[in-house]
Design a protein around this ligand. Structure first.
Ligand SMILES: *[C@@H]1O[C@H](CO)[C@@H](O)[C@H](O)[C@H]1NC(C)=O
Ligand SMILES: *[C@@H]1O[C@H](CO)[C@@H](O)[C@H](O)[C@H]1NC(C)=O
Ligand SMILES: *[C@@H]1O[C@H](CO)[C@@H](O)[C@H](O)[C@H]1NC(C)=O
Ligand SMILES: *[C@@H]1O[C@H](CO)[C@@H](O)[C@H](O)[C@H]1NC(C)=O
Ligand SMILES: *[C@@H]1O[C@H](CO)[C@@H](O)[C@H](O)[C@H]1NC(C)=O
Ligand SMILES: *[C@@H]1O[C@H](CO)[C@@H](O)[C@H](O)[C@H]1NC(C)=O
Ligand SMILES: *[C@@H]1O[C@H](CO)[C@@H](O)[C@H](O)[C@H]1NC(C)=O
Length: 414
């Protein structure tokens, strides 16, 4: 099997693209005093007063999908009635990196697609039900900036049903924490681009070009994950910068270049050991998000072209899998999960996201913490970000699938 990095063109492009977008910069919040009750979710689910009723969560049969159904196989259906689930303006917690409309993106079709599995229906997202399930609990997303997008998406999906003054958002690097006070529930994010420890662990001031991963160290991070009720992990794109990566294993002084696949396996074995020694499967639940695809090379879906995701307004029709999504890496995760003594649910969102060449931030995002300049925007070949996603957008669907699984695992009290 050919590795993506053996393609010379890809090898020359990947570093450029990654270096240009992985810098997190200082992610500032838009603290606009925008009303947050006017989102679609709110229209669908009634008055905010309703949330005060301490109803026990009841998951009805229509909230559950059939166990036999593969929710990751299906297609994108145009649905501008139900989607987006919130608007950019209705969510004060979105960072500049994801607010494509505000940043000048002319088209908005990317917000209006609903994922329809072939074999079943996903339950409709109900923020009140999710908050009920999370009552007295912590949900934490752990990973890189793609994972941070999923965290922000989840916060935006629930926040509109919580009145002003009953919710809070704090940045405590490397974490971000959203709290729904009356539920004593929190949705959190923890920056750990490699999951294991590395020199890139500072939330804002981290190296991108220079990487050094400590393949057998996780305890420092793990302290912050201890006792969290629902953990959602993800880590991929930071590994894929070159075919090899500098890392240590055993002695901290013994820096070696490892094959990325070898390093990834060792790191996730460290992670697996941490899970086995730290997770109580009776009270905690663990999810792993499969890789988020990139759309860096338009020749992959439009043969003969030589662009990227810039100016793409529609999803890909028909089968498609980009070379950037390594099945070798996916297999490593699968092998490790199979050997684990505790149950980790693998959410295989890669294929459904592969179709969405239209949904990246492209030139309507930021670089090094700043929006692109006009000049940079006119040079999409060098400046388009085809890794991160606009919000609202594709990460909302990942969260709908996560939500469906949380409902699936919920036991109604009789
Ligand atoms: C929704 O999409 C339909 C079909 O493309 C279009 O006719 C209609 O104007 C759209 N509605 C809105 C509110 O954008
Ligand atoms: C609130 O939730 C935390 C866990 O997130 C828990 O430790 C604490 O006991 C809860 N407090 C109350 C009053 O339920
Ligand atoms: C960022 O980190 C580097 C290396 O650790 C340090 O020299 C520099 O002062 C830091 N910059 C800021 C703004 O904290
Ligand atoms: C590993 O580190 C050495 C020394 O800093 C550097 O020359 C080399 O390019 C690095 N390798 C990778 C794959 O980054
Ligand atoms: C690295 O991977 C390549 C191709 O997968 C393989 O040929 C090579 O032996 C590996 N090197 C090491 C040191 O594992
Ligand atoms: C975007 O694509 C459309 C056709 O799909 C084309 O007409 C237009 O010129 C393109 N815009 C840019 C800036 O490349
Ligand atoms: C994830 O989905 C893809 C596409 O359907 C499939 O090729 C791959 O084997 C799946 N991975 C796992 C670990 O199930």
């Amino acid at each position: 099997m050919t590795q993506p990095w053996l393609d010379r063109r890809i090898q020359s492009l990947f570093p450029v693209a990654l270096v240009s977008v992985l810098i997190v910069g200082t992610t500032r919040l838009f603290l606009d005093n925008l009303k947050s009750y006017d989102s679609k979710i709110f229209e669908f689910y009634g008055e905010p007063e309703r949330y005060k009723q301490r109803r026990p969560v009841f998951v009805s049969p229509k909230d559950r999908f059939e166990e036999s159904c593969n929710v990751f196989e299906g297609k994108w259906i145009w649905d501008n009635v139900t989607y987006p689930l919130y608007s950019e303006e209705s969510c004060p917690y979105l960072v500049k990196q994801t607010t494509c409309q505000r940043n000048g993106r002319p088209d908005s079709f990317y917000q209006n697609w609903r994922w329809q599995p072939d074999g079943c229906k996903l339950p409709r997202f109900d923020p009140l039900k999710l908050l009920d399930i999370l009552r007295g609990k912590r949900l934490m997303f752990i990973g890189d900036s793609v994972q941070r997008g999923q965290f922000e998406s989840m916060v935006c999906m629930v926040q509109s049903v919580i009145p002003e003054g009953k919710k809070s958002f704090h940045r405590i690097p490397p974490m971000k924490i959203f709290k729904a006070e009356e539920y004593n529930a929190s949705i959190e994010y923890y920056w750990a681009p490699f999951i294991v420890e590395s020199i890139s662990d500072h939330a804002t001031n981290h190296t991108v070009l220079k990487r050094l991963v400590d393949l057998d160290s996780i305890a420092k991070h793990g302290k912050s994950w201890q006792g969290v009720d629902v953990l959602v992990f993800e880590s991929y794109v930071w590994w894929m910068y070159k075919p090899t990566i500098n890392a240590t294993y055993g002695s901290a002084d013994d820096i070696k270049e490892y094959n990325v696949t070898t390093a990834y396996r060792l790191a996730f074995e460290t992670w697996a050991n941490w899970l086995e020694s730290s997770i109580n499967p009776l009270t905690q639940k663990v999810y792993f998000m499969s890789m988020s695809p990139t759309h860096l090379w338009s020749w992959e879906w439009k043969p003969g072209s030589n662009e990227n995701c810039f100016n793409e307004s529609y999803p890909i029709q028909g089968s498609y899998w980009g070379t950037g999504s390594s099945l070798t890496i996916m297999k490593i995760v699968q092998d490790i999960l199979q050997e684990l003594k505790i149950d980790v649910t693998f959410l295989n969102i890669t294929q459904l996201s592969e179709y969405r060449k239209d949904a990246h931030t492209s030139v309507y995002g930021e670089r090094k913490g700043k929006l692109l300049t006009k000049k940079q925007r006119s040079d999409p070949k060098n400046f388009a970000d085809c890794i991160h996603w606009c919000l609202p957008g594709v990460p909302d669907t990942w969260n709908e699938i996560l939500y469906a699984h949380l409902l699936q695992n919920h036991r109604n009290l009789l």
